[in-house]
Design a protein around this ligand. Structure first.
Ligand SMILES: C[S@@+](CC[C@H](N)C(=O)[O-])C[C@H]1O[C@@H](n2cnc3c(N)ncnc32)[C@H](O)[C@@H]1O
Length: 199
């Protein structure tokens, strides 16, 4: 299914890019995870009713709405770009018109991912290259603080994983690679998912 059709199905608008105006920022631009990639991931990697996903740098909310719709689980999206965040809020309103029957909450937070206080129920953390590796380090440290307070298995899902992100996880955290999910017919072999687990 095409990107446009998929957006239409969820009643949202998530296509396109948005660059940051200030070229000095260490935050990356908005670009959505392709729906075809999400389909490949979630054919293999399933969520259960007790899971809760956080998308760090959720952009217009595509991953959050997709996951909410497919698995009916609570989702959180954190976005630092004000205009993009407002678009995510508009998407939530239109998405909800067709998804009133799904009771799980959708929470969109305006702010920096590194300032988000990880909640004891959060257990699936999604990243599509939102920011620099130094910010990624802060966010993974926050995840680990939460896990130490409330022991539970948690996963980090990386789309289009950067070598620097992989290195942090492997050398500075107890997360270990659980699975690698490739996208059929994708010629760029770096466009894949890596799922890391901390047990
Ligand atoms: C590559 S997009 C990914 C969007 C979405 N996760 C997806 O996969 O469809 C990265 C997003 O992260 C946001 N971002 C960058 N730095 C951030 C930060 N420190 N805190 C929260 N959001 C941030 C950007 O504005 C952008 O919307």
């Amino acid at each position: 299914m095409e990107e446009k059709q998929h957006d239409r199905l969820l009643n949202i608008k998530t296509r396109g890019l948005r660059e940051w105006r200030d070229p000095g920022v260490t935050y990356n631009r908005y670009e959505p995870t392709p729906y075809s990639a999400l389909e490949s991931l979630f054919q293999v990697y399933k969520l259960s009713k007790t899971d809760k996903m956080v998308d760090f740098g959720c952009g217009r909310g595509r991953v959050a709405f997709y996951v909410h719709n497919r698995f009916q689980v609570p989702v959180v999206g954190i976005e630092a770009n004000e205009r993009t965040y407002e678009e995510a809020l508009r998407n939530k309103a239109t998405y909800r018109l067709r998804a009133q029957h799904i009771k799980a909450p959708i929470r969109l937070v305006f702010g920096l991912a590194e300032h988000y206080e990880v909640e004891p129920e959060d257990n699936k953390f999604y990243f599509f290259n939102p920011f620099s590796v130094s910010t990624f380090k802060l966010v993974t440290a926050n995840i680990m603080t939460s896990v130490k307070k409330k022991r539970r298995p948690v996963d980090i899902i990386l789309y289009y994983p950067l070598p620097k992100y992989k290195k942090i996880l492997q050398t500075k955290t107890p997360f270990r690679l659980l699975t690698k999910i490739r996208i059929p017919r994708e010629t760029d072999k770096t466009k894949k998912f890596l799922v890391y687990r901390c047990r």
